[in-house]
Design a protein around this ligand. Structure first.
Ligand code: ZN
Length: 680
């Protein structure tokens, strides 16, 4: 019986990629998974907290190094590595074989094992299959590896065969040494770059009671093409019901290729080692922060990343830290690189589970092979004044106060023209709707999903303000206390968001993975699973009856001058009807009499919203009578007698298209609205 209770969840069509999960002594592991390398019971430059924040779930530790220092007695005293380093998640230990066979220094090898001298204090050690397992049992890892004989992947046939045979005999001895320990144990397929040896090794090991199987001896001298070929060859000969681990691999593109070929688990020092050298993996390719082009760069490292580094620091600051050889530079780039790796793994897993992996793989390959697209090392000859600041019918305008907005060229209309887009989103939509308080579970609606309609996605200011509100609540409260949130954005033209996303320094709210995922896949999900954001692309009027009914509506399309069809009583009537019994609230920047009267005619209860920037007032509409609450100051105050008097005198008293004959009936409809009962 396997000690990991391995479950194969899904196999991707037309690819060998698979999503699985298994249970260790310290929690569940979901694959494909990347394991940061914690050689000395620490992942260099990271704390347990930063590792968790980046999404790390399993760590790898090196038996060889821990055997020499601090030594088994320390692990015995502390009851194992988890308590020693204060990491409560799963740990995998290698056997020490790789270090003994690859590090320089004296060693004598025979059937029993390998004898070598410690680099720490010169003491002689004997590492055998039994002593390696003994040390791993003392370390208390969740997954142990057998001792194997590592040789270069380019080794000739006879040498590779002898090493493989020895590895097989050691595998049997390792299983015996494991005894009744609850720790899992993986075998290692060897055979260098020889087809029949690799097949033979896989066939031999799969008959033994291992809890998983690893592919060893790759990433040590072969070409990339050979590595991909042999990875695929071996996984084809491994059982489906055990996890598969490709040892020591690799770069993001190597990992993508190996997942496509059926591998579940990875480890590599690259994300941390490159961080130390000032190199980061980003959605725009691999970036060397040491380069002078970043000296004044205000941009985040990766606008699509929501890690601590990208959310807080500029490339200029990271450039400075790297140049000055400051430890913080290594740590911050490490945080980003681990976040990049783990989000790649999460993304692959989601694509496999959704059955879309092959298309994703084709799309992702060129992206992962890019190198600093925005600032190429050899820039194209033509003089570039920067990226074009317009797209389709839209361009970027910068106000006197210094904030940037998107303008529709044909109408001249500027989105959020009067105050910075994020300030307006915050005040008008997030604060006024008391979103933060609504996200907290209460007795009335313990776990009911909250639905927000974001009508007119634009440059995603309002949706991102809602997401940031959720993320703040999520960080402050525990996820258990929050209601699930669904944001549905309606938009027929994605050019404004696409354009804004190219200039994250002008639109700081887009320094987040969500808008980029929305543009590429039409949806984004928060890691907690509690927040879903989806895009309904097309005419809003076509979606009203099919979208999930809203609790809150952020009504922010272009004005009635530009987008006349979206502001009529007929449209508002359909919106209100679709809300049904739900008590819904609509918020909009418009305070126009024509808009308010259209809402009233549709049956909404209409109130005066907060002002924003130079705008004295905006509009809030309720599907239900909230008169009492409004009086108590809980809600925006309903329009009352003074507004009604102004309306009677207004030049926009009637909808523009209303026939002369229908005016009297319309007048009666407004005058008899329950909201005005008692005012007459
Ligand atoms: Zn980042």
């Amino acid at each position: 019986m396997s000690r990991l209770n391995f479950t194969l969840e899904k196999e991707a069509p037309n690819s060998s990629a698979r999503a699985a999960r298994f249970q260790t002594l310290h929690g569940e592991v979901k694959t494909p998974v990347f394991m940061p390398v914690g050689t000395q019971a620490t992942v260099k430059s990271q704390t347990v907290e930063t590792l968790k924040a980046t999404g790390s779930s399993v760590l790898l530790a090196n038996t060889y190094h821990l055997l020499l220092r601090p030594g088994p007695e320390v692990f015995k005293k502390f009851g194992g590595i988890h308590n020693f380093m204060k990491w409560d998640g799963p740990v995998l230990t290698d056997s020490g074989g790789f270090q003994i066979f690859s590090l320089p220094g004296e060693r004598v090898m025979n059937e029993d094992g390998a004898r070598f001298k410690s680099y720490v204090d010169g003491t002689n050690y004997m590492l055998s299959p039994e002593s390696s397992i003994g040390m791993q049992r003392t370390i208390g890892s969740d997954i142990m590896m057998v001792l194997d004989q590592c040789i270069p992947s380019t080794a000739p046939y006879a040498e590779a065969e002898a090493a493989m045979e020895l590895t097989h005999r050691w595998a049997v001895r390792s299983l015996a040494a494991r005894g009744d320990s609850p720790q899992a144990l993986f075998g290692i397929v060897q055979g260098a770059c020889h087809h029949d040896l690799r097949k033979k090794s896989a066939a031999f090991l799969r008959e033994l009671p291992f809890d998983g199987l690893a592919i060893g001896g790759l990433a040590v001298g072969e070409t990339h093409a050979e590595r991909y070929e042999f990875t695929g060859l071996v996984t084809a000969h491994l059982p489906k019901n055990l996890p598969r681990y490709l040892m020591g691999v690799g770069t993001p593109i190597d990992i993508l290729e190996a997942v496509h070929r059926g591998v579940d688990m990875f480890d590599c020092i690259i994300p941390s080692q490159l961080a130390q050298r000032g190199v980061a993996f980003t959605s725009q390719g691999k970036i060397q922060l040491r380069r002078a082009v970043y000296k004044f760069s205000e941009e985040p490292l990766d606008a699509r990343c929501s890690c601590h580094c990208c959310q807080n620091f500029s490339r200029a600051y990271l450039h400075h830290l790297v140049k000055a050889d400051e430890l913080l530079g290594w740590q911050l780039l490490g945080i980003h690189n681990f976040s990049f790796y783990h989000s790649l793994m999460r993304e692959m897993r989601e694509q496999i589970l959704h059955g879309d992996f092959l298309a994703y793989y084709e799309r992702k390959r060129p992206e992962l092979m890019k190198s600093d697209e925005d600032n190429p090392v050899n820039p194209p000859k033509k003089t570039r004044l920067g990226k074009p600041r317009h797209l389709g019918d839209y361009d970027i305008v910068t106000s006197e106060q210094g904030f940037s907005s998107i303008r529709q060229i044909s109408s001249g209309e500027v989105m959020h023209s009067v105050s910075s887009p994020s300030d307006e989103a915050q005040r008008l939509y997030i604060e006024q709707s008391r979103l933060a308080a609504r996200l907290v579970k209460n007795e009335a609606a313990p776990a009911e999903e909250l639905v927000i309609w974001d009508v007119g996605l634009g440059a995603a200011s309002n949706a991102m303000a809602a997401i940031q509100c959720f993320e703040t609540q999520y960080a402050e409260k525990t996820g258990l206390l929050l209601r699930p949130l669904r944001i549905v954005s309606f938009e027929c033209d994605l050019d404004p968001l696409t354009l804004a996303a190219r200039f994250p320094s002008h639109f700081p709210h887009l320094r987040h993975g969500a808008p980029h995922a929305l543009l590429e896949q039409g949806r984004w999900r928060h890691a907690s699973g509690l927040l879903e954001w989806e895009l309904l692309k097309g005419d809003f009027l076509g979606f009203i009856e099919t979208a999930p009914p809203a609790d809150l509506i952020f009504y922010d399309p272009f004005s009635s001058k530009t987008d006349t069809g979206l502001w009529t009583a007929e449209v508002f009537k359909r919106v209100r009807a679709h809300c049904g019994e739900k008590s819904a609230e609509l918020y909009t920047y418009s305070a126009a009499t024509s808009v308010r009267v259209a809402l009233l005619a549709a049956g909404f209860f209409v109130a005066e919203g907060v002002g924003t920037g130079p705008k004295a007032t905006t509009t809030v509409a309720f599907t239900r009578d909230v008169g009492g609450e409004a009086d108590a100051g809980q809600r925006a105050p309903l329009l009352a007698a003074d507004w009604l008097a102004r309306w009677r005198r207004s030049s926009s008293k009637f909808p523009p298209a209303l026939a002369e004959a229908e005016r009297a009936a319309f007048e009666k409809l407004i005058e008899s609205h329950p909201q005005f009962a008692g005012l007459r």
